[in-house]
Design a binder for this molecule. Structure first.
Ligand code: ATP
Ligand code: MG
Length: 250
């Protein structure tokens, strides 16, 4: 029998195509994954943003970009990374939150739920007049919010700047925590890395925030306060933990 020439595999593309594809993914994966690019394009089509200006932060959990709206205003666009899902799943911030018990548990849904949670938490903060970015728009795992910065640049974190107004900065942060708690919310991931220093300190990164009905809310509140007090304490601005807790719990 004459052997048949092996059929060329339909999947196999020419080498040049492979190379281009690899290069494309290499470049995209530095800052964007493919889905993030699709999401940003959707935001442009919907005219929520006109331009993505530059990455402000590329982290483990999310990438944050500065973008410009069609009106020429700056906004911050936070894109949660799918790779973060296992961490979020482990932390069980979602499962025990009465608002998010019905979500399906694949990675994409979990990450979207976190973006939605951050958006909702920012809405609570806005109503309670806490110093946070205003939430503008939510699309899947992409959150568009007020850009906190001066001129072209985002404000530095407390970790970078240190407390520039000393006691006043600490008072402002504690007052924000009190207002949040009164409005039924605990940040649950507060630290010098999640506070920006503008005219006043501004709290960011609310994806882990839980409502006060959450079984661990009190524990998270105590941890937030303790981290903030320790940070300021090391810089000579000391407060009594029990007294602060009493004021916050009202
Ligand atoms: N609204 C905003 N305006 C200006 N800068 C922002 C804003 N939101 C976030 N940033 C910048 O992006 C950084 C990361 O944001 P955020 O803390 O919300 O993400 P994250 O979940 O901690 O991400 P990761 O842990 O992956 O770094 C912040 O430290 C801050 O510098
Ligand atoms: Mg953060």
């Amino acid at each position: 029998m004459v052997p048949m020439a092996s059929k060329p595999s339909k999947r196999k593309k020419p080498d040049k195509y492979d190379y281009q594809l690899k290069e494309r993914f290499k470049i995209e994966s530095e800052v964007f994954d493919r889905n993030a690019l699709i999401d940003l394009t959707k935001l442009m089509k919907k005219k929520i943003i006109q331009n993505v200006d530059y990455p402000i932060s590329t982290g483990k959990e999310a990438n944050v970009f500065r973008a410009t709206t069609p009106d020429g205003a700056f906004v911050a666009v936070k894109i949660y990374k799918i790779e973060t899902a296992p961490f979020f799943r482990k932390e069980s911030y979602l499962e025990a939150d009465p608002r998010f018990q019905r979500i399906k548990h694949n990675d994409n849904d979990i990450v979207r739920a976190f973006a939605r949670k951050e958006f909702k938490n920012l809405e609570i903060c806005e109503k309670a007049k806490v110093n946070t970015p205003k939430p503008y728009y939510l699309l899947g795992r992409v959150l568009v919010m007020e850009f906190l910065g001066e001129g072209e640049l985002p404000y530095p974190t407390l970790e970078m700047m240190g407390p520039i107004h000393g006691e006043k900065d600490l008072d402002s942060i504690l007052e924000d925590i009190r207002k949040m708690y009164k409005a039924g919310l605990v940040h649950a991931d507060l630290s010098e890395y999640n506070i920006l220093i503008g005219q006043v300190p501004l709290l960011i990164d609310f994806g882990q925030g839980v409502i006060t009905r959450h079984p661990n809310a009190e524990k998270f509140l105590e941890r937030d306060i303790s981290i903030v007090l320790k940070y300021f304490g090391r810089r000579g601005i000391k407060r009594d933990f029990a007294e602060v807790m009493k004021i916050i719990r009202g």
